[in-house]
Design a protein around this ligand. Structure first.
Ligand SMILES: Cc1cc2nc3c(=O)[nH]c(=O)nc-3n(C[C@H](O)[C@H](O)[C@H](O)COP(=O)(O)OP(=O)(O)OC[C@H]3O[C@@H](n4cnc5c(N)ncnc54)[C@H](O)[C@@H]3O)c2cc1C
Length: 403
C-alpha cells in the first residue's frame, strides 16, 4: 500500500531538521558563505540532534529510522544551505550506509559505531584529478605486501576531506586489470586520517557550496592493514556504485529542498516588489516562474520518495534514484535561475539568498553523476541496454509501519 502521509517519527525528524536549519544555518550562512568558512559547530549540532545516525540500525548506535526520514532531513538541510546537506550526504549516504552494508562485524564496530554517534566523521574518496565520471580511469593503487596494502594516489574534490576521520577510498589492487580497465581490479578500503602518508588540503575559489569543506586527499606509501579492505577484493567498483545510490538519493532530496527555498524566497519578494503599479506577483510571466518552481518541487519530491520507498523495501533502486537525482538537480538549477530573475537586480547581489541558491544549484548537476551520465543511464534503462540486478548485500531493511 502506498501512502503519502508521513508517520509521526518522520514528521519528528523533519521538524528537528527544519529547526536546526532555522536556528543554526539560516542566521549564519550569508557570512560563512562569503568568508568560505563552515558554519561553526554545525556538524556537532547535527550529531546532538541525532541527525548523523538516525537511519542506521539501533544495533550500531542508530535509531533504525527509514530512508524517507533521511530524505526529509536532507530537504530541510538544503533548504538552509547546500553545504549542510552535503555533510549529511557524505557522512551518511556515501560512508555510513555503505559501511553498514558491506563491512564485516569487526569493521562496523570500529568504523561505523563512532560515526553513528558523530564522534567520528566519514567521507568518500573516488574522484581523482584525472578521473570523475570515468571511474575505471582512477590511478590510485593498493599493492598488497604481507598483511598490508600500500596505497598511493590522490583523491580530488572530496567533500569533508579536511574534517573526516575516516576515508572510504577506491584503488586498483590488480595492476593488470588496471591496464585492461577491468573494474574487477578495484577494491575499497578505509583509510584513517592518522595513517602515515595521508595529507589533506582545501580547494578554494569554488563557485558554490562555499560554506562546505571540499578538498584533496593525497596518499603516499600509506600502509593500510589488510583488515581495512571493505567487502571482498575486487568488489570496489560495486561498492562505489552502491555508495552513489545512497549519496544520489540525498542529493535528490536535498535539491528538492533547494527548489522549495527558491520558491519561498520568491513568494515573499514578489508580493512586496511593485512594478507598473502592482506587486510583480500579479504579472503573469512572474507567476509562470513561480508555478514552474512549484511543479518542479512536487515532482522532484515524488521521485525521491519513490526511490526511498524502494530502499525501505530493500529493492534495487539505482534506476529510480538516478532519475530522482537528475530531475531534482535539473529543476533546482532552473528554479534558482528563475529566482534570480524574479528578484531582478537584487537577485544579482548577495543581499538576498537567491544568488547563493543559483551558485549552489550548479553543483548538483556535476557531483554524484553529471546530468549527462544520468541522461545516458535513463536512456539505457528504457532502451533495455541496462537493468538493475540484486547485489549480494543490501541496505538494512526498515520497518516502514514503525518508521
Ligand atoms: C562540490 C563538489 C563536491 C564533490 N564531492 C565529492 C566527494 O565527496 N567524493 C568524490 O569522490 N567526488 C566528489 N566530487 C567530484 C564529482 O563527483 C565529480 O566532479 C563528477 O563525478 C564529475 O567528474 P569530473 O569533474 O571529473 O568531470 P568529467 O568526468 O571529466 O566530465 C566532464 C564533462 O564531460 C561529460 N562527460 C563525461 N563522460 C561522458 C560521457 N560518457 N557521455 C557524455 N558526457 C560525458 C560530463 O558530463 C561533464 O559535462 C565533488 C565535486 C564537487 C563539484
Amino acid at each position: 500500500m502506498i501512502s503519502f502521509d508521513l508517520t509521526d517519527s518522520q514528521l519528528e525528524v523533519q521538524r528537528m531538521a527544519a529547526e536546526l536549519a532555522q536556528k543554526k544555518i539560516i542566521p549564519n550562512i550569508q557570512k560563512c558563505d562569503k568568508e568560505q568558512k563552515q558554519i561553526p559547530n554545525l556538524i556537532q549540532d547535527m550529531a546532538k540532534a541525532d541527525l548523523l545516525g538516525f537511519c542506521l540500525p539501533e544495533k550500531y548506535g542508530g535509531m533504525g529510522m527509514d530512508y524517507i526520514s533521511l530524505g526529509l532531513a536532507c530537504e530541510e538541510m538544503e533548504y538552509g544551505d547546500t553545504s549542510a546537506r552535503v555533510a549529511l550526504s557524505v557522512h551518511i549516504g556515501l560512508y555510513s550506509l555503505p559501511v553498514c552494508t558491506w563491512a564485516n562485524e569487526e569493521q562496523k564496530q570500529k568504523y561505523l559505531v563512532p560515526c553513528t554517534s558523530g564522534e567520528k566523521i566519514g567521507c568518500f574518496g573516488l574522484t581523482e584529478p584525472s578521473a570523475g565520471s570515468d571511474v575505471v580511469g582512477i590511478q590510485t593503487t593498493a599493492v598488497k605486501k604481507g598483511d598490508k596494502y600500500i596505497l598511493n594516489g590522490e583523491k580530488m574534490w572530496i567533500s569533508l576531506a579536511n574534517v573526516a576521520d575516516y576515508f572510504l577510498v577506491f584503488a586498483w589492487h590488480d595492476l593488470d586489470m588496471k591496464k585492461a580497465r577491468d573494474h574487477n581490479g578495484i577494491s575499497a578500503f578505509i583509510v584513517e586520517r592518522d595513517f602515515a602518508g595521508v595529507v589533506t588540503g582545501a580547494i578554494h575559489g569554488k563557485l558554490g557550496v562555499r560554506a562546505g569543506d571540499t578538498g584533496y586527499v593525497s596518499m603516499t606509501d600509506v600502509e593500510v592493514p589488510a583488515e581495512n579492505l571493505i567487502g571482498e577484493e575486487g568488489e570496489g567498483f560495486k561498492i562505489a556504485m552502491f555508495c552513489l545510490d545512497q549519496g544520489r538519493y540525498t542529493v535528490a532530496s536535498g535539491s528538492t529542498g533547494l527548489i522549495r527555498a527558491c520558491r519561498d524566497a520568491c513568494l515573499n519578494y514578489s508580493k512586496e516588489r511593485e512594478a507598473f503599479q502592482s506587486p510583480i506577483a500579479h504579472h503573469q510571466l512572474v507567476k509562470q516562474m513561480i508555478a514552474n518552481m512549484e511543479a518542479g518541487y512536487e515532482y522532484s519530491r515524488l521521485l525521491w520518495m519513490k526511490a526511498g520507498w524502494k530502499k525501505n523495501l530493500g529493492e534495487p533502486n539505482t534506476r529510480e534514484t538516478s532519475l530522482a537525482k537528475w530531475i531534482a538537480c535539473r529543476e533546482a538549477e532552473k528554479s534558482a535561475a528563475d529566482a534570480v530573475q524574479v528578484f531582478g537586480s537584487y537577485g544579482f547581489s548577495d543581499e538576498y539568498p537567491v544568488e547563493r541558491f543559483y551558485r549552489n544549484s550548479k553543483g548538483g548537476s556535476i557531483y554524484e553523476g553529471t546530468r549527462e551520465i544520468h541522461t545516458l543511464m535513463q536512456a539505457d534503462y528504457v532502451l533495455g541496454f541496462r537493468a538493475d540486478k540484486p547485489l549480494r548485500v543490501h541496505l538494512p531493511i526498515v520497518d516502514q509501519a514503525g518508521a
